[in-house]
Write a protein that binds this ligand. Sequence first.
Ligand SMILES: C[C@H](O)[C@H](O)[C@@H](O)C(=O)CO
Ligand SMILES: [Mn+2]
Length: 417
Amino acid sequence: MTVEANYQYAKSLYEKWGIDVDSVLEKLQSVPVSIHCWLGDDIGGFEVNKSELSGGIDVTGNYPGKARNPEELRQDLEKAMSLIPGKHRVNLHTIYAETNGEVVERDQVKPEHFKNWVNWAKEQGLGLDFNPTLFSHPNAADGLTLSHPNPEIREFWINHCIAARRIGEYFGKELGTPCLTNIWIPDGYKDVPSDRLTPRVRLKESLDQIFADEVDERYNVDAIESKLFGIGSESYVVGSHEFYLGYALKNNKLCLLDTGHFHPTETVSNKISSMLLYSDQLALHVSRPVRWDSDHVVTFDDELKEIALELVRNDALDKVKIGLDFFDASINRIAAWTIGTRNMIKALLFAMLTPNDYLKQLQEEGNFTERLALLEEFKTYPFSAIWDYYCEKMDVPVRESWLDEVKAYEEEVLSKR
Ligand SMILES: C[C@H](O)[C@H](O)[C@@H](O)C(=O)CO
Ligand SMILES: [Mn+2]
């Protein structure tokens, strides 16, 4: 049976449930996923005076062929995107600035240092998102940045975040699609703090100063990312979920939920509906924590499907900005991008091919037997036939055939680095 014939059969089964499969595929094409550039070089960046990775995050493994410069990183991203259906976005960090061999301090970084990225994004038809980098730097050596007791260090990082938002505004203006600039800081303490409040007061004041600098919201929107713990901040993180939830609601910012930043049994899927009752927009870093915030490659697991279901059944695809955040240097990095991003898109398709309205009705009627029965049966509906057809239609490899392309690229390009 051909991909087309399988599709026609599968489509007829979904149509019995009132699911218009062709419209689903149209809709799926319009959902961008923000692909994080930092997987391609193990969050190293290209600063001239580069520091070791810090901030309580870690990339393990030493698979050969990581990108050593912006050209290689863009080339690798292009390769991965050629294997992923749809048009997406690329998420950059400040450490990916291009400064022509000049040392440019992070509080001095300017739009011009990203003009190559913007030209490339234009050529590729991509939107860009952005992040100030508040780690891997001498001014973050003790793990504190925007909440630092030293006002000079705080000032440095405040100016860095202001600079980053202006770069985000430049991206949005140039590319005609607003940039999401997300602030994540590592600040916290290894051991039980004697004062939880004072660092949070300082973080709040720092954020107020950053956002006091007016940036045009048509071009740049701000997000703030919380965390539960990191390496070296096991006992206390200043920017906790409650801290940023409160700040975001009061100041009209987007809360960014990273799926690895909560207690192991706490799920982001269960937060989305509540948070959207009180804020118009949210942002996600879809990751996969394995026992801790390990940032494993996203797999097609239950939580990923549940997140996608929440976005689809609550009509929230326009309200929630989907970004990815995983890195694994023990496997081929192009494969990692491809697997994780294809899984995110697959999960959205899976959710769109679920009879959500009928399932909601069953719940309202108290018919929990049928609700469970259908939820389980739909897990083995011929979803893969629709996915294969979508890949073919979008001109990307069907099923695992993308792996051959990655192997060839590894031989021709990565192995020569
Ligand atoms: C590199 C990213 O900004 C970083 O992973 C951050 O988003 C995070 O999740 C830290 O744990
Ligand atoms: Mn994250």
